[in-house]
Design a binder for this molecule. Structure first.
Ligand SMILES: Nc1nc2c(ncn2[C@@H]2O[C@H](COP(=O)(O)OP(=O)(O)OP(=O)(O)O)[C@@H](O)[C@H]2O)c(=O)[nH]1
Length: 324
């Protein structure tokens, strides 16, 4: 069986949890030799949590709780260490802030790191000269704010790239790449839960070439946009629209048999048939419906929906056909 690829989030958690273990382990040994049991206990606790998180993420690939626990651990461990051992430990605050931003959303990370900085500032107030105190405080605050600006910028870029790589720029529907990912997800869910069934609804706009020829490509484009937004209005949470290419679209209907998906397909067919597009253009659609089957590939599944759609075309168009 092919091994599941690790996501960037998993790699960050595995790296930070293992770094925490390797950074803290020598100090745990040192404190134990010195019989400084309180701080040794704190280090042991942090190492244990980091190891548990590492194993959990390594085995399950799940990151949601792991990133929160690790982020909060970073924010708690440091003020406690400073409270016990004094201002010598302040250098650790910089990697701790970076780790928190790598683990959590920038706004959450900002709130957590500012809380941690406020606690550390309170603890250090009586331990440092005023000049030293404010130099340290401002350098830590500046670090937190600069990393926030960087992390927020990176998140924004990441969202734009995600949008560009998964959406069809004309209609805003998912693109072919997003559809392929969705099909793989639905197929692997089906393999894991044999009795689960999902259905594909493949839609082709009828005689769309005539519309382009008669009204021009721009009007054709506008119709594709209006069609996609009409369909989107009909979809619920577990249903998504993708543009397969040209004037072909696919709706993935998770957790539903072809009988139930046919009701949605027929509603969409009727809606389009009744609708007047730009320039009062009337349009019809032909639909192929295929329920997922065990032991077939996502391409075979899509192929059955396509064959059913061509059957609808062959039977006179403006029809829904269910694959055998
Ligand atoms: N305006 C516009 N037209 C497109 C786009 N993509 C594909 N098309 C057009 O869609 C038309 C598809 O034509 P055909 O494959 O012959 O199919 P059809 O005319 O819909 O006929 P049937 O499918 O048999 O009902 C072609 O004229 C393509 O140029 C697009 O992004 N915008």
């Amino acid at each position: 069986m092919q091994e599941k690829k690790r996501s960037p989030e998993e790699i960050v958690i595995l790296a930070i949890s293992s770094a925490a273990v390797f950074c803290l382990l020598p100090f745990l040994i040192w404190r134990s030799i010195e019989q400084d049991w309180l701080i040794a206990g704190l280090d042991l606790f942090a190492i244990t949590v980091a190891i548990v998180i590492f194993i959990h993420v390594y085995v399950t690939h799940k990151v949601l709780y792991a990133r929160w626990i690790l982020g909060i651990l970073c924010a708690i461990e440091l003020p406690l260490t400073i409270a016990m051992k004094g201002s010598d430990q302040i250098g650790w605050i910089y990697p701790a802030i970076i780790a928190i931003y790598m683990l959590l959303n920038p706004t959450v990370a900002l709130m957590i790191s500012l809380t941690m900085i406020s606690i550390v500032a309170g603890v250090l107030w009586s331990q440092l000269s005023p000049l030293m105190y404010f130099q340290m405080l401002f350098s830590i605050l500046a670090t937190a704010l600069f990393i926030y600006a960087f992390a927020a910028h990176m998140l924004n870029q990441q969202q734009i790239l995600q949008q560009l790589s998964t959406k069809d720029p004309l209609t805003g529907a998912g693109n072919r790449r997003a559809l392929e990912d969705k099909l793989l997800e639905l197929m692997s869910y089906k393999r894991a839960h044999r009795d689960n069934t999902s259905t594909l609804i493949l839609i082709d706009l009828d005689q769309f070439k005539e519309i382009n020829d008669n009204y021009g490509h721009n009007v054709g484009d506008q119709i594709l946009v209006t069609f996609a937004s009409l369909v989107k209005q009909k979809l619920r949470n577990n249903e998504s629209l993708y543009r397969l290419g040209g004037e072909e679209f696919v709706i993935t209907v998770a957790d539903k048999t072809s009988d139930k998906a046919s009701i949605l397909a027929e509603e969409i067919r009727e809606l389009v048939d009744m609708f007047l597009f730009t320039n009062s253009i009337h349009l019809t659609i032909s639909i192929g419906i295929a329920e997922s089957q065990a032991n077939e590939t996502s391409l075979e599944w899509l192929g059955r929906a396509d064959a059913a759609m061509y059957k609808a075309k062959g039977a006179g168009r403006n029809l829904c056909c269910v694959a055998a």
